[in-house]
Write a protein that binds this ligand. Structure first.
Ligand code: EPZ
Length: 450
């Protein structure tokens, strides 16, 4: 099925309101292999359009955001084949359009990368304002600040960002806010600009470094990625390349937390432990055993984790994308735990759902205060965004009884085959269409006392 068909299948799945049924209380054990980084993939795919010849991308996660993005890229005329056996194939040499439709763009936040790419490639881009997870205000003023610093004229008309430039000229851009998206998008506009660009106060996330490495593989001249100052020297031509995406820091962290939360014993494999340092540190603080290998991390949980205080920060601080998953452990930790969400103003929507499972949580503005309870109980809950959905799965795995997680299309945006990976670790989790119920639940055996 081509990505167009797959993207429409995603929409159908969302409409079908698939659910996960989880019978909790089983420790996760075994080994799980982590896939390619979503937040690198959704930038590298559009970036491939900057090249005048095809790219082959390995370790691309086959998730809904990637499938949707492939569809958007095909709208511009690019040739895209995600399921080519020898890696995803993207040919930007056939791109003719500098526009994308709202219908697809509204499905995901990362569609804004098309602005920087098409501006960098054609000097023109007309892309609707992005959609994406409802976790708070998601402005793009810093992206626009960067484009304008390079000489582009940018207006927003009827919800469409219209950027154009006779010629992009390198400049210095100081980011008022450390922004992953703005850092990456400005790199895209700068790689073929005339002269040099410096991004000051740049984001340092692993996926920012991965994107810079990909651009350099195509022949760009990007230095300093991973520090707060990135220098780009414009080049005339970028050529297709072969590239392998780094492991997903957030998927790895999600499975580390799931292992700890279920008092399990799991080897999280094919990761870069350095990228996981902040999660490892917090799990150790909570009394979890964490053993680091060269390309794996073993996590052995305990029945009652210790309390913890967490403040989300840009990398190398604790990642905001793991705040919701680890908050589940705070629900049952001994004592009072506090989580402060520094980046987004609406990223505690999972709290209401955790309360339905027996959690004792108070939210004051961007701070959540958790009073540890004896345990969580299974309940019907609703995913409100990608990482809230991941948190509710972890809560269901840990809870006593059956948890039904609704709106799981959010989860499919960022986790590939999550129920298959969890089942292989011993979880009892089933994906069902709305209205169906897995036989086991119908027979009521899952509610038997554990
Ligand atoms: C990226 O979003 C990720 N998404 C998010 O992951 C992640 O939570 C976020 O970075 C922080 O790490 C992708 O990479 C596709 P930001 P992005 O620009 O780029 C403010 C997930 O679950 N800001 O780094 O949109 C913004 O409001 C998703 O995988 C401005 O003020 O995040 C926020 O407070 C969710 N103006 C802060 O900066 C701007 O122009 C960080 O946002 C841009 C951002």
């Amino acid at each position: 099925m081509n990505s167009g068909g797959e993207a429409s299948a995603i929409k159908v799945r969302g409409i079908l309101l698939e659910k996960f049924y989880i019978s909790g209380g089983k420790p996760l054990t075994g080994k799980v292999s982590i896939g390619g980084a979503k937040n690198a993939a959704v930038a590298i795919l559009p970036a491939a359009l900057l090249a005048d010849s095809p790219c082959t991308i390995h370790n691309l996660p086959y998730i809904d955001d990637v499938i949707c993005l492939a569809d958007i890229l095909k709208e511009t005329g690019a040739k895209v084949n995600l399921k080519q056996r020898e890696g995803a194939y993207i040919d930007g040499s056939t791109v003719t359009k500098y526009k994308a439709s709202y219908e697809m763009v509204k499905l995901m936040r990362a569609s804004y990368y098309l602005i920087g790419v098409l501006l960098g490639k054609f000097g023109k881009a007309e892309i609707p304002l992005p959609g994406g997870c409802e976790i708070g205000a998601r402005p793009i003023d810093q992206h626009i600040k960067g484009f304008e610093a390079l000489g582009a004229n940018v207006v927003i008309e009827h919800g469409v960002v219209k950027a154009s430039a006779e010629k992009l000229i390198g400049n210095e851009v100081y980011l008022d806010v450390v922004s992953v998206g703005a850092t990456i998008n400005i790199m895209f506009a700068a790689v073929k600009a005339e002269g040099s660009t410096t991004i000051v106060n740049a984001a340092k996330e692993p996926h920012v470094v991965d994107v810079a490495n990909f651009l350099n593989s195509m022949g760009a001249n990007v230095k300093g990625a991973g520090t707060d100052t990135i220098r780009i020297k414009g080049v005339e031509v970028l050529n297709g390349c072969e590239y392998t995406i780094i492991p997903d820091q957030i998927e790895a962290g999600t499975f580390m937390v799931a292992a700890a939360a279920t008092a399990g014993d799991v080897v999280v494999a094919d990761v870069i432990p350095k990228h996981m340092e902040s999660i490892t540190a917090k799990l150790l603080e909570m009394g979890i055993e964490v053993i680091e290998g060269d390309d794996y991390i073993r996590v052995r949980g305990v029945q009652k984790p210790r309390r913890v205080n967490i403040k989300t920060l840009p990398y190398p601080g604790f990642p905001t994308d793991l705040q919701q998953p680890i908050s589940v452990m705070c629900c049952v930790a001994k004592g009072t735990s506090i989580i402060h969400e520094s980046l987004f103003d609406h990223r505690f929507r999972h709290v209401e759902e955790l309360r339905r499972m027996g959690a004792n949580i108070k939210v004051e503005d961007r701070t959540a205060i958790f009073e540890g309870v004896g345990g969580l109980s299974g309940a019907p809950v609703t995913a409100t965004d990608l990482r809230a959905g991941a948190a509710l799965i972890i809560a269901g795995l840990m809870a006593n009884g059956v948890t039904e997680v609704d709106n799981i299309h959010f989860i499919d945006r960022g986790y590939e085959r999550i129920e298959e990976k969890l089942t292989a670790l011993g979880a009892d989790i089933r994906r069902v269409k709305d209205g169906d119920k897995p036989l086991k639940v119908l027979l009521g055996s899952s509610n038997s006392a554990r």
